[in-house]
Design a protein around this ligand. Structure first.
Ligand code: HEC
Length: 718
């Protein structure tokens, strides 16, 4: 039954209430008609069966409403607005880029309530959405801000005082660790199993990170009910894959991308990130379970059921970045409930949901050793043989961007100075080429799964970078060097890879630092450098003796000529190996990509066969597109959504486009230009008989808050 006939039926039954009291179609819909959970449902399908908007009419979509949280403070720089909203009855729940929480009327976009976890203070940070729970008339929204988990009344937005301490739980506590000063700041929403709220979290990427343990909290009281040690304690499975004391000091192996849950079997699937420090592991010799593993846990108890480690002893920050998709596929006449796992390496892993057996073969292959003192790269890594990777994993000479012969020569030259022996070449002092790199293949947007056809839709990045791991020493002052000059040297060594040699940054990923003196105080700048922020690592260990210097450089203070107060100190060797080029693009002159297009793609893989149905560039740089060549694709952030209307919706690109593809053919059937990039996963729902498609849109310097925009068909054609 489509939503139009359902609406008519609804009218017959309830006698056509006034429009103002019509509720959304939440009582009688088929599964998948609403979007009650991050990425649609507990299976993380990003699928909706709604079909009012379909292949024939999608071209007529228009804006139904726009919600502007307008909550950024003047001069604030908010990152990507990554929220995937959920819809319960007539309310749409979303976080803002500022990380306030909003309940919005899903039909009009009007604000019903808002909640500011920072109580007027600054604050923010990446957040991908919220979680809903109900029991009778007790309806709650659970979400995190900073290192706190909050529960508020879903109808009023009031904090639930009996939850935790005055409505919140401190996630830095109860982590079964004695480490000082650790923090856990989730970026993706937790998941509900019965009356449990299960969550992981983002932790530091550096040596002093918190362990990424997964915890379940009582939704009613905030009490911790179970914990799964992702870095095993003595006696637990995997403990012997680390040095004996590592469980006391090692960090990471965290679930920051979210989880999925088999509601029939009570199994929660958590993909985990790399152990820290991300690019050097002399203090964590061994295979490092459960870093980079998919773990299947009993949702009632947190007990480990099975696991698969995708990268042993990670040295590349190849985190598993998104919830796995629960899928059902047919192979050799058998129906298999499986779990499909995307990765940054561009491999797709498919396992039996219950046994953890790979559905397609995976081979353990020898990989190159490390040349950095103290490092022991793991000698083998798993390679799935099927399906084929959805992004390039190698950069051969044929893949070099040949914009002009001179451009090509410069890349050939740069490549010849790097170490490169294929995927899983360890980071090196002379620089190792990394491809797909920390920004892709697939990222936190994850994949969309169409249960009608068993096709999985994955967007991917092809964005090489360089990992140059060196021993970073606190610089001894050179004679005659002014504070400003020392600051400049410090900047080139530690900051230029992201903020650019000219401090102009690479928007939108890395901000320009040219206007910093107008925007931030010196103390604020030092806080950012010390603690890091978003994708910027913390530089605390290197800042000592360099504070005045980096401030002099960033604030252009050239007056004083010499006395330097930096002190040369002999340091502990392990913790001062550092990837000084982390997260920077490998590019040529004028920052043009070193690799040929496509730089971003959307892929459709038939999971029954493991074969590609289609593959298309996603996004376009018209000025870099050769005449007659396909679109270039571009780096993309945010996931796809697939619908019963035969469509795959995705924004994600920095050309600000929002597109609908024909899910069978990959043809673009509709596109529109958003007021900013839609670095988020869309959602869809039906309310009052009308299907809406919503997407969070990132802001810009003038209007940092961003927006949520809802699209629908014109009243006249529904
Ligand atoms: C790995 C990439 C990377 C490196 C290396 C890096 N940064 Fe950043 N930096 C970022 C990102 C990304 C942001 C934006 C953070 C956010 O959105 O929360 C940022 C933000 C900042 C800001 C705040 C800018 C603003 O307008 O709010 C300052 C100041 C800054 N960085 C200074 C530095 C300095 C100084 C160094 C070297 C010591 C450095 N960064 C090294 C990535 C990096």
């Amino acid at each position: 039954m489509n939503s139009i006939s359902r609406r008519i039926l609804g009218c017959v039954v309830v006698g056509c209430l006034f429009a103002g009291v019509v509720s959304c179609d939440s009582g009688d819909e088929r599964e998948g008609d609403t979007w009650r959970v991050y990425k649609a449902d507990a299976a993380s399908s990003s699928y909706s069966s709604l079909a009012q908007i379909n292949k024939d009419n999608v071209g007529q979509l228009e804006i139904a409403w726009t919600f502007d949280p307008a909550d950024a403070l003047p001069g604030m720089r908010l990152g990507k607005y990554e929220c995937n909203p959920i819809i319960i009855d007539t309310l749409l729940y979303a976080t803002s880029a500022r990380r306030h929480v909003y309940a919005i009327d899903a039909r009009t976009g009007e604000k019903v309530w808002s909640f500011d976890p920072f109580q007027g203070e600054r604050g923010g940070g990446n957040c991908r959405g919220v979680t809903y729970w109900e029991s009778g008339s007790d309806k709650r929204i659970l979400f995190t801000a900073d290192h706190y988990l909050y529960a508020v009344n879903a109808l009023t937005g009031e904090a639930i005082a009996t939850f935790g301490e005055n409505g919140r739980v401190d996630l830095n506590k109860n982590l079964d660790t004695d480490k000082e000063g650790v923090w856990v700041i989730p970026t993706s929403p937790g998941i509900i199993w019965k009356d449990l709220f299960i969550i992981g979290g983002e932790v530091s990427e550096l040596y002093d990170a918190a362990p990424g343990h997964i915890r379940a909290y009582d939704v009613r009281t905030g009490e911790r009910k179970w914990i799964f040690h992702t870095i095993p304690h003595p006696g637990e499975e995997g403990y012997d894959t680390w040095p004996p004391d590592a469980w006391k000091y090692a960090g990471g192996a965290n679930n920051w991308g979210g989880m999925s849950l088999d509601e029939k079997r009570g199994i929660v699937y958590a993909p985990l990130g790399s152990p820290t420090y991300d690019f050097y592991g002399a203090d964590r010799k061994g295979q490092n379970l459960f870093g980079n593993s998919l773990v299947a846990l009993d949702a009632n108890t947190g007990k480990l059921l099975w696991y698969f480690q995708t990268v042993h002893h990670d040295l590349w920050d190849y985190d598993l970045p998104a919830p796995a998709n629960l899928v059902t596929i047919r192979r050799s006449g058998k129906t298999i409930d499986a779990v499909a796992l995307i990765s940054k390496t561009a491999f797709l892993y498919v396992f039996d949901r219950v046994t953890g057996e790979p559905v397609f073969p995976i081979e353990e292959r020898a990989v190159p050793p490390s040349r950095i003192p103290g490092e022991e790269a793991w000698p083998t890594q798993p390679f799935p043989l099927h399906p084929a990777p959805y992004a390039r994993q190698e950069m051969t000479e044929g893949e070099i961007n040949d914009l002009t012969p001179a451009f090509r020569d410069s890349i050939v030259h740069a490549l010849s100075s790097l170490r490169y022996e294929g995927l899983f070449t360890p980071p090196d002092p002379k620089g190792t080429l990394m491809l797909p790199g920390t920004r892709g293949g697939a990222e936190w947007g994850g994949a969309a799964y169409d249960p009608e056809s068993s096709v999985l839709y994955i967007n991917a990045n092809e964005s090489p970078e360089v990992a140059r791991v060196e021993r970073v020493r606190k610089s001894a002052p050179k004679d005659n060097q002014s504070t400003y000059e020392r600051g400049r040297a410090f900047y080139y060594q530690n900051c230029a890879s992201c903020h650019g040699p000219d401090r102009a940054g690479q928007e939108p990923l890395y901000p320009s630092l040219l206007g910093v003196p107008d925007r931030l105080s010196k103390a604020q700048v030092l806080t950012v450098i010390e603690n890091g922020s978003g994708r910027m690592p913390a530089f605390a260990p290197f800042l000592e003796g360099n504070r005045d210097a980096i401030i002099a450089f960033l604030f252009d203070i050239k007056t004083e000529s010499s006395p330097s107060n930096s002190i040369a100190v002999e340091e502990d060797t392990t913790t001062h190996y550092f990837n000084t080029t982390a997260y920077g693009h490998f590019s040529g002159p004028s920052r043009k990509p070193a690799i040929k297009p496509p730089w971003g793609t959307l892929n459709a893989i038939d999971l029954n066969t493991g074969e590609y149905l289609w593959r298309r560039p996603l996004g376009n740089y018209p000025d870099l597109q050769a005449p007659g060549a396909p679109e270039t694709g571009m780096e993309n952030w945010g996931g796809p959504m697939v619908t019963g209307g035969g469509l795959v919706f995705i924004a994600a690109t920095r050309d600000n486009k929002f597109r609908a593809f024909d899910k069978k053919t990959g043809d673009v059937l509709w596109e529109t230009e958003l007021p900013g990039p839609g670095y988020a996963t869309p959602a869809t729902y039906s309310c009052g008989g009308r299907q809406y498609v919503v997407i969070a849109v990132s802001g810009n310097r003038e209007d940092p808050s961003g927006k949520i925009i809802a699209f629908a068909l014109p009243e006249s054609i529904r």
